[in-house]
Design a protein around this ligand. Structure first.
Ligand code: 6XA
Ligand code: ZN
Length: 348
């Protein structure tokens, strides 16, 4: 399996995040991509290719132009106020505040567009985010050309970024951008399977009213973990998208048996939808030793996730999302990819 990777991810380094009453070092850091890449090379998973450049229309196909403009210019606006460091919001647009306002000062826009206190914008964040989206687009383009499966080693991740908002370490929704690219190249139906520990609220937001992209997510119940307040089982899509959104929230402490059962349910729903291609939002923060996760999957379970995904028998783009137990991250991610490849080979 080919990997698409760019060193441009190093242009995003978070100075830290606020959580649980303290400013803490960022969990989402460049070493994550380094260790995954090192493992890919160690096991000779396949070629590692640099991404191509794509027109910005591939991004604006899923994100509002005002969000894209903001992400590009936010740090310059921030610096123009003689502020140092990275741009963080100080308030959020909850509590009946107006979400129809998209302009104003950088603080007004941070309040409107950002959903948390963990996703700072530095002077070079936009370059990194665009590089990450280009990895997902290049992977999708290879699928169109006939590759059976490709891994987009995206960093920063993407699944919390919605049409008009960002957060959860995510700026541009790489999986959604890839899915839209496939749609625009004549693939009629695409399924996105999100196996990250956190609900892919941004991906759900982008496709909620659409019937051409099925979204299914297995994640921590939003009653106890991030992103909170979205990702419940009763969110089933709307309008033409009715029935094309499936959330499978799991309880605190869920282990492999429970998780694997949810995966079976997710894959059965994907089969009913009958897509022509699959995007996997690949987070391995379900891991027992992950610092921000409360599920209990082990390293030996990750090949089994890959095996199960391969039973769909469809062209598949893996898009990297979360996973913060850095020492084990490379092995866990590559285990999914190797499990997929081994099962796909025996199916031929
Ligand atoms: C912010 C937690 C963000 C979760 C990021 C993640 N305190 N998403 O892994 O999949
Ligand atoms: Zn996550």
């Amino acid at each position: 399996m080919r990997t698409i990777y760019s060193d441009r991810h190093r242009l995003h380094v978070s100075p830290g995040e606020f959580g649980f009453g303290a400013v803490v070092p960022a969990f989402e850091k460049p070493e994550r991509a380094d260790i995954i890449l090192a493992r890919i090379r160690e096991v000779s998973l396949g070629d590692v290719l640099s991404p191509d450049e794509f027109p910005l229309e591939c991004v604006s196909a899923v994100h509002a132009p005002f969000l894209i403009d903001f992400l590009q210019g936010a740090h310059a606006e921030w610096s123009a106020l003689n502020r140092s460091g990275a741009a963080y919001p100080i308030t959020w647009a909850g509590g009946g505040l107006r979400r129809d306002r998209t302009g104003g000062s950088v603080d007004t826009k941070l309040a409107r567009y950002c959903i948390d206190a963990a996703t700072p914008i530095t002077a070079t964040t936009w370059q990194a985010a665009l590089g990450s989206a280009n990895c997902a687009l290049t992977a999708a383009a290879r699928i169109v050309k006939g590759d059976p499966a490709v891994f987009a080693l995206c960093r920063p991740p993407g699944h919390h970024a919605g049409i008009d908002h960002y957060g959860g370490y995510c700026f541009l929704n790489n999986a959604a951008i890839a899915a839209q690219y496939l749609r625009d190249r004549g693939i009629q139906k695409v399924a996105i399977v999100d196996v990250d520990y956190h609900h892919g609220n941004g991906t759900q937001h982008i496709f909620y009213k659409r019937g051409d992209v099925f979204f299914v997510s297995i994640h921590a119940d939003p009653d106890f973990d991030y992103p909170f307040l979205l990702g419940y089982g009763d969110e089933k899509g709307a309008g033409p998208g009715e029935g094309a959104n499936l959330n499978l929230p799991l309880p605190d402490g869920a282990g492999w048996d429970r998780w694997a059962e949810a995966l079976q349910e997710a894959l059965a729903a994907v089969r009913r939808f009958a897509p022509e291609a699959v995007i996997v939002s690949l987070g391995v923060d379900t891991y027992r030793n992950d610092p921000i996760c409360r599920f209990k999957l082990d390293t030996e379970h990750y090949p089994r996730i890959g095996e199960q995904l391969a039973t769909l028998g469809l062209p598949t783009v893996f898009v990297m999302e979360g996973g913060y137990a850095v020492a084990e991250l490379g092995v866990n991610v590559v285990n999914v990819l190797q499990g997929f490849e081994a099962a796909a080979r025996t199916r031929q």
